[in-house]
Design a protein around this ligand. Structure first.
Ligand SMILES: [Zn+2]
Length: 354
């Protein structure tokens, strides 16, 4: 590895919560990492952009002046508990399958940068823009790796909603962001008992939509699913909006994470068991010009092994020490399904922004 220039290192991705080995690079101000980005061994990427609590040094909370408000516009509310739910679910996937999913989690508060919005609506200063780009660079890298290694993969974007505490809403723009998987595996992978929400429903969760219905307006998927579920990306993306019963307390997350993890592991297995597609091309892994994020890309500068795979650290462009190190084999160990019931009563209110 090339010697690191401390002034170029902005943020550090670590796995402190899961006992991993920190990257070689250290944040300048001794602060906690603002973006946690971890490589994986499965065609599965778990994203959680709205659960963070940390301030972004040098940034001020967004004001949203002149911006549209609402489900696809300016909103700064935090999705309580999704940062932890994402990490606990990733750990459970690793425990169940022996292989880790990719993981990208925002530790910074949404009021500084909203990673589920396009660049024009996401940030209002350069410091926030840097962490926003760091998040999406990690997402792009993970998707490109999944396409290169397995011919595709599934992005699960985890959010929290306040409309129904016992419901999980799926958002795919009614199948638009799962077009690649539907082409490969058939419509049943999107709707029905073999789909993600079908499997969650079979385990006792209240899900929406049911039985092939339309998705709830306001919860149909945001910028992340639209970007990383685009056909040009070669990956599929599903937004899951969790009610408070699944995420708001440690006990809730402890109950939810294993069920979600087992279901996601089954979905990853579909990709692993499928015949490989033709080798990935540039058009598979790069979005078209009108979907590209602003340059420059952040480059990996260090990688260290951890319990969940390879971690990535990021610095400004031009400090790359090469691609992440090779990762473990793709095939996981067989695992069994289990059924766990859950209370399914709910009262629904109008959706709030995702
Ligand atoms: Zn959200």
């Amino acid at each position: 590895m090339r010697p690191l220039t401390a002034s170029l290192v902005r943020y550090l991705a670590i796995v402190a919560a899961l006992g991993g080995v920190p990257c070689a690079a250290q944040p300048q101000q001794g602060s906690a990492p603002l973006v946690i980005a971890r490589s994986g061994d499965l065609p599965l990427l778990i994203s959680a952009p709205h659960g963070g609590t940390l301030a972004v040094p040098g940034s001020s909370p967004r004001k949203g002046e002149g911006q549209p408000k609402g489900a696809s516009g300016y909103f700064t509310g935090r999705d309580n508990g999704v940062e932890e739910l994402a990490q606990e679910t990733a750990a459970e996937v690793k425990r169940i399958t022996g292989n880790a999913p990719y993981l990208v989690v925002a530790s910074f508060h949404r009021k500084y940068a909203d990673c589920n919005r396009p660049p024009s609506l996401a940030t209002e200063d350069d410091a926030a823009r840097a962490v926003y780009m760091e998040y999406h660079d990690a997402m792009r890298r993970a998707c490109a790796e999944m396409v290169a290694r397995w011919g595709g993969g599934l992005v699960i974007d985890i959010h929290g909603q306040g409309s129904s505490r016992s419901t999980v809403y799926r958002g795919t723009k009614n199948g638009l962001s799962t077009a690649t998987m539907r082409d490969r595996f058939g419509p049943g992978v999107h709707n029905g008992p073999e789909s993600l929400i079908g499997r969650l429903a079979a385990r006792g969760w209240t899900v929406h939509p049911e039985a092939g219905g339309r998705e709830q307006a306001g919860f149909t998927g945001g910028y992340i699913t639209q970007t990383y579920g685009a056909r040009e990306m070669g990956t599929d993306a599903v937004q899951l909006e969790f009610g408070a019963d699944f995420r708001s307390t440690p006990a809730a997350r402890t109950a939810a994470a294993p069920i979600l993890a087992r279901t996601l592991a089954e979905m990853a297995r579909i990709y692993l068991d499928a015949p490989r597609r033709a080798p990935a091309t540039k058009s598979d892994v790069e979005p078209p010009p009108n979907r590209r994020l602003p340059p420059p890309p952040m480059q990996p500068i260090a990688a260290g092994t951890s319990a969940l795979g390879v971690e990535w650290c990021y610095a400004s462009a031009g400090t790359s020490s090469g691609p992440p190190r090779a990762m473990a084999g793709a095939k996981g160990q067989p695992w069994k399904s289990s059924t766990t019931s859950r209370a399914a009563s709910s009262s629904r209110r109008a959706p709030r922004p995702a």
